[in-house]
Design a protein around this ligand. Structure first.
Ligand code: SF4
Ligand code: SF4
Ligand code: SF4
Length: 218
């Protein structure tokens, strides 16, 4: 593979690490483009401007975004966790491609907004539906946008290295760490438990609200 070309393509990708292109991150997509396995119009976060830059680099005509991969989002978003609802199941931390969520098992989790790329990957696995996306001011100048992309790229690479080291030390543990809950049976079991915990927590919250609204016994 032409590594220089891969680097050049990767440098033009937004580093959201969302996987919408059909690859598990910007770097794998860059490799696929360099090898002719993917087209230049599969990255919704990069939108038309990203396609234009890729076309220029590769000396091919630009083309419209392939919207079967999703639509571009107007403006920047980051994830936010409703910490009152979080049950600390850790599903979100396992899928975050840039390690932007902190929190220990059975404890409240928080998104480090400055590190979040808005990739949305943490939203679906959350059994409490307590992660939402909020709009934030976009870095408008090119230098700050590049700094943000470089930072996301470093964090993505660091996470892959961390997982690779953990896999060497304990292959089972890392399978659990990156498990897709719907695919890995042990994670599916964990997910079931988390959903039960989530239902209990919701029921307790409703009960507490009802008790608070009940008139005092005379
Ligand atoms: S930003 Fe998302 S869709 Fe675009 S290349 Fe990176 S992982 Fe793929
Ligand atoms: S916190 Fe959620 S939206 Fe933000 S980068 Fe991590 S997985 Fe993506
Ligand atoms: S997936 Fe949801 S409930 Fe589980 S730790 Fe993350 S925010 Fe909390």
């Amino acid at each position: 593979m032409n590594q220089l070309l891969v680097e050049e393509i990767d440098a033009l990708l937004p580093q959201t690490q969302c996987g919408k292109c059909g690859f598990p991150g910007c770097r794998p997509y860059a490799e696929a483009i360099a090898e002719g396995r993917a087209d230049i119009n599969q990255c919704p976060p990069g939108d038309q401007e990203g396609i234009r830059k890729l076309a220029q680099l590769l000396g091919v005509p630009p083309k419209p975004l392939n919207t079967s991969h999703g639509l571009p989002r107007p403006g920047k978003v980051v994830a936010r966790i409703d910490e009152q609802l979080c049950i600390g199941c850790t599903f979100c931390t396992r899928v975050c491609p840039v390690d932007a969520i902190v929190g220990a098992g059975k404890q409240m989790h928080t998104v480090i907004a400055a590190e979040c790329t808005g990739c949305e990957l943490c939203i679906a696995p959350c059994p409490m539906d307590c992660i939402s996306l909020v709009s934030v001011a976009e870095k408008t100048d090119g230098i700050r946008q590049k700094q943000a992309a470089d930072n996301a790229r470093s964090r993505y690479r660091f996470r892959l290295q961390r997982l690779a080291k953990a896999k060497q030390a304990s292959p089972k543990a890392v399978t659990k760490a990156i498990a897709q809950p719907e695919i890995i049976p042990t994670a599916a079991e964990e997910r079931k438990n988390a959903i039960v915990q989530a239902a209990l927590k919701r029921a307790m919250a409703i009960r507490a609200r009802t008790d608070n609204n009940r008139p005092p016994v005379k």
